[in-house]
Design a protein around this ligand. Structure first.
Ligand SMILES: *[C@@H]1O[C@H](CO)[C@@H](O)[C@H](O)[C@H]1NC(C)=O
Length: 142
């Protein structure tokens, strides 16, 4: 028990540094040019969700979108007029893309648990909406 209390702060610290959910936008969402992964495009989400540290704390992140554009393209969207955010309509720091962007949406398969997080994948070219702080994208809203 005593050992556990000694280790706990260390484990919390490790958790924050290694598995931080506050990963920068680019780490969570930018993959440009789109990576070629072992096993082929079919395995893209399974590999990329792991590679980008989106599997942690005993959970598979349910949804994530990878954008196949450079960060400066997304930063430009931050300069469009602000619109309400879709996921939190009370927030108005969201911005629509000025053109469709190439993305891969990853959706966790039902019942998937680490280390076996399996994903369904949808490749498309679609509009996106980002929230920005100080001219930088911080969150992909839709
Ligand atoms: C980002 O991508 C756009 C469109 O493909 C391109 O015009 C621009 O030069 C790129 N910017 C950087 C910094 O790579």
């Amino acid at each position: 028990m005593k050992l556990m209390w000694t280790l706990l702060p260390l484990l919390l610290l490790l958790d924050l540094t290694v598995f931080t959910p506050a990963l920068p936008f680019s780490k969570r969402h930018i993959d440009n040019p789109k990576s070629l992964v072992p096993g082929g495009n079919r395995r893209y989400c399974d590999v990329m969700m792991r590679r980008h540290w989106l599997i942690h704390k005993g959970k598979c992140k349910q949804i994530n979108t990878f954008i196949h554009e450079n960060l400066s393209t997304i930063e430009d969207f931050c300069r469009t007029p602000p619109v309400p955010c879709i996921n939190s309509p009370s927030m108005h720091n969201c911005h629509d893309s000025t053109h469709d962007v190439s993305v891969t949406d990853c959706f966790a398969s039902a019942g998937a648990r680490p280390p076996h997080c399996h994903y369904r994948k949808k490749d498309s070219t679609r509009p996106i909406r980002v929230s920005c702080e100080k001219g930088e994208p911080v969150h992909l809203d839709g």
